[in-house]
Design a protein around this ligand. Structure first.
Ligand code: BT5
Length: 260
């Protein structure tokens, strides 16, 4: 399908649109295996198996929210972990651009409004078939934004921690317009990524972060949680945690709860 995006953009060419899919990440991975290239965008009106990290569910009712995935080239190993971080920056910028509502980012992959999650990012590394390339790795970057869903229609367990754009704007938003803004913002970040403007990306990240400077608890799939002050971000995208007696820990992957 022809893209509506300017030819000079890397992302958003071509666009594959669907009414309902299992998961836009799964569809994008299938397309990649069948020869789809960098910049391909998959967008669906609803998902039956929307996924979060670690096999968790992303609730994806049809007709109200944004569910999309981009095929990106992965880049060097140290910088792969910046892809979800850059995506959260692009989502926050697109939300603020479309609504004037101040969206902030939470390490590693959440976008928050007033401390509540409005969007999540799932980045998965995929290798295309050997026949296409034996060297290039790709990342399927999936983004879900709660746009026009009333929070009351989500499971009660999420009410205290979750929000949607319509809850702040008071009206329905045009999801296509939001997608255009998101793709444009992401394209800007992606170019900087490939031009090696790493310090600029880190600087912007710190300015948008809701996590840095806060006291947090990091929860891991196994092992005890770790409490400390979120002190900064390393060049590989990991979170630096300052703990008692001046100890520093580097966290590569966790669920973070902001304490204060
Ligand atoms: C994420 O995971 O936040 C990543 C979400 C990525 C979703 C997009 S949609 C397009 C693409 N296709 C996919 O299949 N996925 C991507 P995580 O940090 O693990 O958060 C998951 C947790 O968020 C769940 O365990 C719930 O607690 C909560 N959650 C589920 N659905 C939600 C929703 N719609 N809004 C806010 N929170 C939700």
């Amino acid at each position: 399908m022809q893209s509506a995006y300017h030819q000079s953009m890397i992302l958003g060419h071509p666009i594959h649109r669907y009414e309902e899919v299992t998961s836009t990440n799964l569809v994008a991975a299938d397309l990649l295996r069948n020869g789809a290239t960098e910049g391909t965008l998959v967008v669906a009106d609803g998902q039956t198996q929307g996924r979060g990290r670690l096999g968790r569910e992303w609730i994806s009712p049809t007709g109200v929210n944004l569910y999309c995935s981009y095929i990106l080239r992965a880049g060097d190993a140290e910088w792969i972990s910046w892809i979800p971080l850059m995506a959260s920056m692009a989502v926050a910028a697109a939300i603020t651009g479309a609504t004037r509502v101040n969206a902030r980012i939470k390490w590693p992959n959440d976008v928050l409004i007033d401390g509540k999650k409005v969007a999540g990012v799932l980045a998965e590394t995929v290798s295309p078939p050997q026949s296409i390339s034996d060297a290039v790795q790709f990342v399927i970057l999936g983004i879900g934004v709660n746009v026009n869903i009333p929070v009351s229609s989500l499971p009660e367990s999420l009410h205290a921690t979750t929000t949607s754009l319509m809850e702040h704007v008071g009206d329905d938003l045009d999801r296509d317009q939001l997608l255009t803004g998101l793709t444009t913002e992401l394209d800007v970040q992606y170019r900087k990524y490939w031009e090696g403007q790493r310090l600029e990306i880190v600087r912007e990240y710190l300015a948008m972060s809701d996590t840095i400077g806060k006291k947090v608890v990091a929860h891991f799939p196994v092992g005890s949680p770790m409490e400390g002050w979120a002190d900064g971000i390393e060049l590989d995208g990991s979170l630096r945690l300052r703990r008692g007696q001046g100890g520093l820990s580097t966290i590569h992957s966790a669920d973070i709860v902001h304490l204060r």
